[in-house]
Design a protein around this ligand. Structure first.
Ligand code: SF4
Length: 367
């Protein structure tokens, strides 16, 4: 379901939450957490705001949080503070007695929404006509359950930004080519790191329904879905040049969802956990420009006050959809559970979940 369809079906938060004082909301959240104890679990993604993160039982990336939810069998109610595809992954991995909720159904992911199943099935048919049975699909975990299921059905797997290199290597042991969804940048950066030239990568444009490439079609090894993260795409080569001219010994670290040019010019590139660890290990008084989501960059700056940590793009905003989860939506979700009338439960169709699990399992067995 696209974010627009979700918004049309979304129950809106009652007005009285908008007028509540922060202290009142915080007190109620603490009260409900204490009342439910281990029956309630609140995973909080790294990109969430501090006002939400303060109530998270665990913080992490989407896969880690989904796995922690699944391993936490006592948790009947999982209030996932992240975006829609993350709550879907948690629902896929948890058992039937566990229910997953997203505090605001409008918290989608623009990247995940760039690949729907109809577009993907059509692309697959056309790509099979061009390349025959030589492609293995891989999808970034930042994708809908239906895209994960598509990969599961077709022998493919999910990847994270931490294990993408490992998974692309694995995919090439199975087939001659890979079809990488939905983030072209992670796919391109990973394949390039493995020695595949840019000329041997093509783009699948789902709007134009065509394969775009230069050179000989027979040499194509990687087909990249034309999707991107609207946050990470905003870091530019100009940002890097400006930072380097202003700070002589600056360290530039970026997420591989950034464009190829940006990743090539950065000093370091890696997953969110890699960025967190790198800042943790860094010496005092070092200067860092970080190319990732703003809430996390701000938090890293607060944690590492002995270092100068700033966003690579000074005009950067947080991920807008992640930011939809706020104190009032978290409280609304918790109170609805308390009243026995929970809102915004995420339920993935069983058939879809079965195939999606295959894709996730292939990744977990390989990682
Ligand atoms: S930061 Fe990018 S990939 Fe992550 S939820 Fe926001 S839009 Fe999606």
């Amino acid at each position: 379901m696209s974010i627009l369809e979700v918004m049309n079906e979304t129950i809106q938060i009652p007005d009285h939450y908008k007028n509540m004082k922060i202290e009142e909301m915080e007190a109620r959240i603490k009260e409900i957490k204490a009342k439910f104890g281990t029956r309630l679990y609140i995973p909080g993604h790294h990109y969430q705001k501090d006002e939400v993160i303060q109530f998270a039982d665990d913080t992490g990336d989407s896969l880690k949080l989904a796995q922690l939810s699944a391993n936490n069998a006592q948790a009947e109610f999982i209030v996932f503070c992240g975006v829609h595809f993350m709550a879907e992954t948690a629902d896929i991995l948890t058992n039937e007695n566990q229910k997953v909720f997203l505090p605001d159904m409008r918290a989608g992911c623009s990247m995940a929404d760039m690949a729907n199943i109809e577009q993907t099935d059509l692309a697959w048919t056309k790509l099979q006509q061009i390349f025959g049975d030589t492609l293995l699909p891989l999808t970034y975990v930042n994708s809908t359950a239906e895209i994960k299921a598509f990969c599961g059905r077709n022998g493919g797997a999910t990847v994270t930004s931490s294990n993408a290199k490992n998974m692309v290597e694995w995919a090439f042991t199975k087939k001659e080519r890979i079809f990488f969804l939905p983030d072209q940048h992670l796919g391109r950066n990973t394949a390039f790191e493995l020695g595949i030239s840019l000329e041997d990568m093509a783009i699948w444009d789902p709007e134009l329904e065509e394969l775009q490439f230069q050179g000989d079609v027979n040499n194509i090894k990687v087909v990249l879905w034309k999707g991107y993260c609207s946050v990470h795409e905003k870091f530019t080569v100009e940002n890097i040049e400006e930072m380097r001219s202003e700070y002589k010994d600056i360290n530039i670290i970026v997420h591989p969802e950034c464009s190829h040019d940006v990743v090539q010019l950065a000093d370091f590139a890696g997953s969110t956990n890699y960025i967190i660890d790198k800042l943790q290990e860094a010496a005092s008084d070092t200067v860092w420009a970080v190319g990732t989501e703003m809430n996390l960059v701000k938090r890293l700056g607060q944690i590492h006050s002995d270092k100068k940590v700033m966003s690579l793009n000074p005009n950067m905003c947080p991920c807008l959809t992640m930011n939809r989860i706020d104190l009032s939506h978290l409280l609304w979700s918790l109170e609805s559970i308390e009243m026995g009338k929970p809102v915004n439960q995420i339920v993935v169709n069983k058939e879809v979940a079965k195939d999606a699990v295959k894709a996730v399992d292939r990744m977990l067995h390989r990682s």
